[in-house]
Write a protein that binds this ligand. Structure first.
Ligand code: DCT
Ligand code: MG
Length: 416
């Protein structure tokens, strides 16, 4: 939309123009049909992928197929659909015809068939059938239990289980994590808001300052990329003085636990040693930091009196037993929220920040780029250059992108 009032008015009268008498000229820019409309780089880490994009109808469909492939333990196929969706997310316009996809990377035959059908008929039969399928629905519900992976969910599905209440009813043997997953199922499947993430940030900050003054916390994961909601809240904890962060996690966890703020926690110790675990080890191991998988008990903001639950409202939602449900959401003044805490030494902080900001596909693409294009090995701890046989240091994300020969992509554009 161009404001041409300055031109028309001054030509006619020579007087300055007020906003109310402006004239607008709408200009439609149409791509020439013979020229490829847009080109994109092949690796997700070379592209800028905003959170909000123009092709949700197509990407939602492709991501259903990606998720279904994951449920069938077909990782290759799942990644292929995710890469195709990721390319569409990076386009600056809504795709309306197949010719607009010419020359774009990562769009395999299967993805193209799905896109074509949606563009021509409004929907894809394969996607519709997947969404309707009992297996897909059951796998989604069962893997939605914290602590339950595809293998367990698949075994349960084969045994006839379809939803979390079936797990309780049939008396499945559950580990500590899965018990928590069942108990807080509804809350953990309700998106965490940014306000809730910030409230938890304040608590974590207080805990960390109490046990190690000068330590810092950083919100990572989807929230750092600008997502308004997430399935959990991810924090990195560090201290500017290398070594001060050692054994910090148990102290933070005790502080939180003593105040009744943790409904569940499982801490793993730092097992990363550069000398031993360096270049030969798989670069994608996320579990080598001092890390705590937890469920926080987050107080809900005070309600107005008319919103207070009725006396006796603490009913347990007894779904086939005593495990599932902790009273309806309305009857509780707290919410269970998944929180991941990771402690990192200052020297590894930039690598951890880059590794934990995501998206998951962006990280996968970074590692793939490092190996295949640069003969380097990137992890959340370090970057190893196999040509020079040495580690490349970095104290900021920008430096790491430079080592990798990539243009810097800010967190808000890593939504690949
Ligand atoms: N990560 C990764 N590979 C994985 C899992 C995670 O590289 N297999 C990284 C990227 C994101 C970060 O860890 C945090 O993981 P999640 O919380 O699962 O992702 P998220 O983007 O924060 O998603 P959500 O907003 O739903 O929490
Ligand atoms: Mg997250």
């Amino acid at each position: 939309l161009l404001d041409i009032s300055w031109f028309t008015e001054s030509m006619a009268t020579g007087h300055p123009v007020g906003i109310q008498d402006r004239h607008w000229l709408q200009v439609k820019v149409e791509p020439s049909p013979t020229v490829p409309v847009f080109t994109l780089n092949a690796y997700g880490c070379q592209r800028r992928t905003p959170l909000l994009h123009h092709n949700n109808v197509l990407t939602d469909a492709l991501l259903v197929l990606a998720e279904n492939a994951e449920f069938n333990e077909d990782e290759g196929r799942s990644v292929a659909f995710k890469r195709a969706a990721s390319v569409l997310k990076a386009l600056p316009h809504t795709v309306r015809g197949m010719e607009e996809l010419q020359g774009l990377p990562c769009l395999g035959g299967h993805s193209q068939r799905v896109i074509k059908e949606i563009l021509e008929e409004g929907k894809s039969r394969e996607v519709e059938a997947t969404l309707q399928s009992q297996q897909f629905q059951a796998m989604k519900a069962l893997t939605g239990i914290f602590g339950v992976g595809v293998k367990t969910a698949d075994r349960w599905f084969r045994e006839g289980l379809r939803q979390p209440s079936d797990v309780v009813d049939t008396g499945q043997k559950l580990n500590h994590t899965q018990e928590a997953g069942i108990r807080y199922y509804e809350d953990l499947n309700t998106p965490v808001t940014r306000a809730e993430a910030d409230a938890i940030g304040q608590i974590v900050e207080e805990a960390v300052q109490a046990v190690l003054p000068g330590a810092t916390i950083t919100l990572t994961g989807g929230f750092r990329r600008g997502k308004p909601t997430g399935h959990d809240v991810d924090f990195l904890i560090t201290h500017p003085e290398e070594g001060k962060e050692e054994n910090l996690m148990p102290k933070v966890v005790s502080w939180l636990d003593d105040r009744g703020l943790l409904l569940y926690q499982k801490t793993t110790r730092n097992s990363y040693l550069e000398a031993k675990d360096g270049p030969a080890r798989p670069p994608h191991n996320m579990d080598r930091f001092e890390r705590c998988f937890s469920i926080f008990r987050l107080d809900r903001p005070h309600r107005r009196p008319e919103q207070q639950p009725q006396a006796g409202g603490e009913c347990q939602a007894q779904v086939g037993g005593t495990l599932l449900g902790q009273g309806s959401e309305e009857s509780r003044d707290w919410k269970a929220v998944r929180v991941d805490l990771v402690v990192t030494p200052a020297s590894q902080f930039a690598f951890a920040l880059l590794g934990w900001t995501g998206s998951q596909l962006f990280e996968r693409e970074l590692r793939r780029w490092a190996v295949h294009e640069k003969h380097m090995s990137l992890s959340s701890h370090a970057l190893y250059d196999s040509t020079q046989n040495r580690y490349l240091r970095g104290s900021t994300e920008e430096e790491i992108f430079t080592h990798l020969g990539l243009e810097f992509v800010p967190p808000s554009e890593r939504n690949a």
